[in-house]
Design a protein around this ligand. Structure first.
Ligand code: GLU
Length: 286
């Protein structure tokens, strides 16, 4: 399989040095492997995604010397595929509607006998308040968040456990094993369709990596824990499991990982200050 990787930013703010590192690393790996580097715009969060940030992504990446095939996949154009996947999971009894607010979840998850709420890769581990004893029937509701019944999902995979993926990030190649116990206890029933999006990061990223034929996912170590969710979804939907390269994170002078709000390290500002792409490569250690 040809090495195919992608950079998948969300257009919710300016790209910073951490994004520059991730994108250049993926681009360099694809070039070395004589493979493909794709760009995907992850704009499912319509309340935060802006066209001007998307345009700046194209400008910044081109300035860094990266190129990619066009047209670029934009997740806001892919809603029909997310809906089809949700319909299929719903008809298999793996989803249920959840009407809990964040406050309800925090209160239920920290009930006296439970102690402090436990966090998984997707926030507070859902205490199961809305989980039905038998899977809901009838048409899939579209105006309410839908959660994955992770216990039921694991049961349908039966003998498929443990699941696994190949991790090759930062010289640390190994096979990572994912047990049903880990998914049920440390991840819990995650939301696969958010009320205002009709999908979720986890569902869309998995469907789009498969649709784009991604063989190697190159992304920050902050997403390592979410990979167990992604592999579970790949197995449930019969999609290939790519190799993963979770890379080190670029930190600020205080050792904190950069976030979108760290405008001071926006690529755009380095450009305006007369830095060259080679300067940015040197700054991130490439
Ligand atoms: N869109 C995600 C972000 O900007 C990246 C998702 C991924 O690489 O899997 O953090």
């Amino acid at each position: 399989m040809t090495f195919t990787t992608r950079f998948a930013p969300s257009p919710t703010g300016p790209l910073h040095l951490g994004h520059a590192y991730s994108a250049m690393l993926a681009f360099d790996m694809a070039r070395r492997a004589k493979g493909q580097f794709l760009l995907r715009i992850e704009d499912i969060d319509r309340s935060r995604a802006r066209r001007e940030w998307e345009d700046l992504i194209y400008e910044d990446l081109a300035w860094l010397g990266l190129s990619w095939p066009k047209p670029v996949m934009r997740q806001s154009d892919q809603q029909h595929r997310y809906e089809a996947a949700l319909d299929a999971l719903w008809s298999r009894g793996l989803l249920y509607p959840c009407t809990c607010s964040r406050a309800d979840i925090a209160a239920a998850a920290s009930a006296p006998q439970e102690g402090a709420p436990l966090h998984g890769p997707d926030g507070v581990i859902y205490p199961g308040t809305c989980r039905p004893a038998v899977p809901p029937s009838g048409p899939r509701p579209s105006d309410v968040p839908l959660r994955l019944d992770i216990g039921r999902a694991c049961s349908t995979l039966g003998d498929g456990f443990p699941l696994g993926f190949r991790e090759e990030g930062d010289g640390d190649a190994r096979d990572v094993c994912i047990t049903a116990t880990h998914l049920e206890r440390d991840v819990g029933d995650i939301v696969l369709s958010r009320r205002d999006m009709g999908t979720s990061y986890h569902l869309s990223v998995v469907l789009d990596d498969a649709a784009q034929g991604i063989s190697d996912v190159v992304r920050g170590r902050d997403l390592f824990d979410a990979t167990a969710i992604h592999v579970l979804l790949q197995k449930l939907m019969d999609l290939p499991v790519p190799r993963y390269h979770h890379h080190r994170l670029i930190r600020d002078a205080e050792g904190k990982r950069l976030a979108k709000r760290d405008d001071a390290r926006a690529i755009r500002l380095f450009r305006q200050d007369g830095a060259s792409p080679a300067d940015l490569r040197a700054m991130v250690g490439l």
